[in-house]
Design a protein around this ligand. Sequence first.
Ligand code: SAM
Length: 224
Amino acid sequence: MSPGVLYLVPTPIGNRGDITRRALEVLAEVDLVLCEDTRRSGQLLRDYALHKPLQSHHKFNEHQSIGRLMGMLGEGKSIALVSDAGTPGISDPGFLVVRAALAAGHAVEALPGPTALIPALVQSGIPCDRFCFEGFLPVKKGRQTRLLELAQETRTMVLYESPHRLLKTLAQLAQTCGEERQASVSRELSKKFSETVRGSLASLQTHFQKQEPRGEFVIVLAGR
Ligand code: SAM
């Protein structure tokens, strides 16, 4: 452990056993843990008998807290950033504090670990040698433009989606990419009721019309 380092520490997306030994070592050593939800991350730390100061760091306060955090790194303190689940910075806060730390000359180290996009991609059966991560589609403004751009993309695409928007997104992807475009939908990865459904966009819509979408979803879409 070096002083004055900002660590990005992935945490489980489902099964608690997915936390790495190194993640626990870093969490045990740092001076401060930044997290989205202090109750949730507090529970994770308690599960491992780790007693660390926690500070909330989410999209609504990350701009304001950056100055103080840079001060701490400058004093040689080490900080771990975790998100509610998965890898910080992946559809979660992280980018702003990483950019600020690097600009101020501090070291940043990201630990490998859980994230939803990689298991969904590699078990999709769709080529995973080249892919692009799209995260969540824009909800309103820019959504149609993005859908049309994605229809032309030749690499495999990975998208995150919420249960209540899954069917709408599958329908819009079918409109722009064609009903026969192949895709894979993974839900509740690394959890007890994990399930992956593969097929054309048309067949996936039929599946989720019959079976109400529940839980967290990753869509993997074949390129053009
Ligand atoms: N930082 C996280 C990561 O590294 O994957 C992503 C956080 S983002 C706020 C939450 C979204 O990630 C969910 O809406 C879902 O699309 C996806 N996700 C997270 N956990 C998941 C899981 N266990 N199964 C399927 N999708 C998941």
